[in-house]
Ligand binder design. Structure first.
Ligand SMILES: [Zn+2]
Length: 100
């Protein structure tokens, strides 16, 4: 998987879709040197605003998961017998990084 656009990401109200009834939000990456932001995604559904805010939280949540995961006692959470288990935090990180 290639690297994702670094955070912070923001959600921008982009009005409505072509049918003028479905909310449309743009997900924008960090400001460049000219203060411009690249559009990295759009969200177009009834829950667009909430989904857009959730998406913009992902870079921070991923970083926080990685930091907090280091404090999980590995033998307790990750092992049953001799086979390692994929804990919920590991699974979330792997999914975010495209490994699942
Ligand atoms: Zn884990």
């Amino acid at each position: 998987m290639s690297a994702f656009t670094p955070g912070p990401w923001i959600a921008e109200d982009a009005g409505f879709s072509g049918d003028e009834s479905t909310p449309l939000f743009a997900i924008l990456g960090p400001e460049d040197r000219e203060g411009k932001r690249e559009q990295i995604a759009t969200v177009n559904c009834e829950e667009a605003e909430a989904n857009a805010h959730l998406i913009t939280a992902v870079p921070g949540l991923l970083a926080a998961c990685k930091v907090l995961h280091a404090f999980i006692p590995s033998p307790v959470v990750h092992a049953a017998g001799s086979e390692p288990l994929l804990c919920g935090t590991c699974a979330a990180i792997a999914k975010a990084e495209g490994a699942l």
